[in-house]
Design a protein around this ligand. Structure first.
Ligand SMILES: Cc1cc2nc3c(=O)[nH]c(=O)nc-3n(C[C@H](O)[C@H](O)[C@H](O)COP(=O)(O)O)c2cc1C
Ligand code: SF4
Length: 633
């Protein structure tokens, strides 16, 4: 077989086991079944706690995975992980000071304090440490006994063990605090006992945070000292970063679109140069080209993927078969993350099945009756509907009035911080090109045209129009829409005022200031920027904006008038200010083009409206609607 990615698909021996490729499907909660079928080398089949009866993760009452009534379910994870030929690994974790506890109970950590939620964190004494060590040892032995091929020790992201390692959490003055030698004393004891119990041939991977991204967090020098010492007990070190519960640092653990790809490689490289064990790296390794290069250059031995395998669980098998253009790219939008979305509407923007595995099948069956489906508008919703209907065997005509597909994301993809959306747009283009969809660009739909096509089903996905607020002077020569600003950056002057600080206005402002050296002021009526964005997106945006010195934001401010010299603004105290502007960009959101969408009703009974023309929305909802409608016809 002529491999496009020979390094990615070369086997590797981890201690006593042979792994058929270099891809680790990293843990994301307890769901891993689809990822296992996509043929990675290793699947981390969810996580388990170590201390039943103690608040070590969700609660003191959380079942232990190897209890009499749980063990068979746990063993099934191995079978499911093996289905695609991967080795089955198991994450073993202890939340330490962040454990969820019942009223009256306490959590434990290196140092005692009262958490903001009123829970006491007790400083661990020797007896508590002994119990934790025994818990780890017993869990590892139980995992071994039921047949896991290896284990994944979660020693990163601010859970119990890294709490000991990091001076951010560890304030002790005894032999477990202070110097790195003291701070790693307890972690090394756990590792030593695990290795002793597991024997020399059982593969152990340990994940660490190379940078905690918090003031006072562990230094990389200390991380290196720890890994160099710990290597005696483990086989693979996985280089990650950030913290889990501290959201300011969580935006690096699961990075947003404001962070570069492969953000942990710089640390992994140094670690690899300093240790004799295998090194894996996780964090925004988005495509097989990136992964292959890391391996070919000898920077790491394995790559770990989390969200890319949510966006497309078949990422590994498609890379193996050289079908890279078929891989659905992850957008790093974090809609899959309960923390980002505050546990509301968790799902994947590009994979409708994620979090809906109970009703969205891996593969859709063919439709019983082939229908002629006319879809109006080739934005994300229209494209997803077209691809899904086509997959089901329908005849699909996709009408698009512009000379390109993508709708709003055609423009968004041109933004600097939207390389992941650009990859998704490319994916849609290629998939539509490869399919039997009859794509008609430069074709403005009208009810007459639709009637002439004699469809069985009509899907209106005509999108939204940029909102034009009734501000005096909005038609001045120096005013442009956000679409125009993105597409014709050369027309933008040095002093810029952006009216509207939603996600688009904020990102345009950021890019113009940070990368194009413009003086930018964003005027936003609400009391925060990017109100549509999820919580982690907003933190990522704020961090990046902190780097943009020439970017100014006025919240709770209203635009009074635009002239060819600038903008009159009323600030939140009611004071009127004049902001000189060579260019004024209107980014006041979009409004659904309902009238156009409604004009297509009444031609055939099966007529639907999806995407932004129903109501402006996220790609996640557009994808889901496109999928569900097309799956149902
Ligand atoms: C929704 C979500 C759930 C996660 N759940 C876990 C988990 O249960 N255990 C864990 O160790 N890491 C978890 N992670 C972190 C990932 O394993 C991974 O380190 C992180 O997403 C960065 O990799 P990526 O850029 O390939 O997504 C989770 C990440 C996300 C986005
Ligand atoms: S929701 Fe967004 S970040 Fe999460 S896997 Fe899907 S595309 Fe990636």
């Amino acid at each position: 077989m002529n491999l496009k990615y020979p390094h990615l698909f070369s086997p590797i021996k981890i201690n006593s086991i042979m792994v058929s490729n270099r891809i680790i499907a990293n843990p994301m909660g307890q769901v891993f079944e689809d990822k296992a079928l996509g043929r990675p080398g290793v699947v981390v089949a969810g996580s388990v706690i170590t201390q039943p009866g103690k608040a070590s993760w969700e609660s003191a009452g959380q079942p232990y995975a190897f209890d009499k009534y749980e063990v068979e379910k746990t063993r099934r994870r191995i079978l499911l992980a093996h289905r695609g030929g991967a080795k089955a690994s198991l994450e073993i974790a202890h939340a330490g000071q962040y454990a969820r506890v019942a009223p009256g109970d306490f959590a434990m950590g290196p140092s005692g304090y009262w958490r903001e939620d009123g829970v006491e964190v007790r400083e661990m004494d020797e007896a508590m440490m002994d119990e934790v060590v025994s818990g780890y040892v017993r869990t590892v032995q139980d995992a071994q006994a039921v047949g896991f091929d290896m284990i994944f020790l979660h020693f990163g992201h601010g859970w119990l063990v890294p709490e000991f390692l990091s001076p951010l959490f560890n304030k002790r003055t005894d032999t477990y605090g202070g110097t790195i030698e003291n701070r790693m004393r307890f972690p090394l004891r756990i590792l030593k006992e695990i290795r002793k119990a597991a024997g020399p041939y059982f593969p152990i991977e340990m994940r660490i945070s190379a940078n905690e991204y918090m003031p006072g967090g562990i230094s990389f020098e200390d991380v290196l000292t720890f890994v160099k010492t710990a290597q005696e007990y483990i086989d693979v070190v996985q280089v990650s970063c950030g913290l889990d519960i501290e959201h300011e640092a969580n935006v690096y653990t699961a990075s947003t679109n404001f962070t570069e790809h492969m953000l942990n490689v710089k640390y992994a490289k140094v670690i690899k140069e300093n240790v004799d064990i295998l090194v894996s790296v996780v964090g925004a390794i988005m495509n097989p080209d990136e992964a292959e290069k890391l391996l070919a250059d000898g920077i790491v031995d394995m790559v770990a993927l989390a969200r890319p395998l949510v966006a497309d669980p078949d990422w590994p098998v498609k890379a193996l078969e050289g079908r890279v253009e078929d891989i659905v790219p992850c957008l790093r939008c974090l809609q899959c993350y309960h923390i980002a979305t505050n546990r509301r509407n968790v799902g994947c923007s590009v994979n409708p099945r994620y979090a809906n595995e109970d009703w969205v099948p891996r593969k859709l069956p063919k439709a019983e009756t082939r229908k002629r489906v006319v879809i109006i508008g080739a934005g994300p919703a229209g494209c997803k509907a077209a691809l899904t209907a086509c997959e089901r065997g329908h005849e699909v005509i996709l009408l698009e009035k512009r000379d390109h597909i993508g709708g709003a994301i055609h423009y968004v993809a041109m933004e600097h911080f939207k390389v992941d959306i650009k990859a998704y747009l490319e994916y849609l283009k290629v998939q539509i090109g490869k399919s039997a969809i009859d794509l008609r660009l430069n074709t403005e739909a009208s009810p007459k045209l639709i009637r002439s096509l004699a469809p069985d089903v009509v899907i209106a996905a005509v999108g939204a129009l940029p909102a034009k607020p009734p501000i005096p002077g909005i038609d001045s020569k120096n005013v442009m829409s956000f679409y125009e600003a993105i597409e014709h950056e050369e027309r933008i002057g040095r002093n810029v005022v952006i009216i509207g600080g939603g996600t688009i206005g904020a990102e345009i402002g950021l890019e113009l200031s940070l990368l194009k050296e413009k003086n930018v002021t964003i005027i936003e009526m609400l009391n925060e920027l990017a109100v549509q964005g999820n919580m982690l997106y907003k933190i990522g945006l704020r961090h990046k904006m902190g780097e943009a010195e020439s970017l100014h934001v006025m919240l709770e401010a209203g635009c009074r008038k635009i002239t060819e010299e600038g903008v009159y603004v009323r600030d939140k105290k009611g004071v009127e200010i004049f902001l000189p502007a060579d260019t004024v960009i209107i980014a006041a959101g979009v409004r659904a083009d309902r009238a156009l969408a409604e004009s297509f009703y009444g031609i055939v009974p099966q007529t639907y409206m999806i995407g932004d023309c129903e109501k402006p929305r996220k790609i996640q909802e557009a994808t889901m609607e496109g999928y569900t409608i097309a799956a149902a016809i």
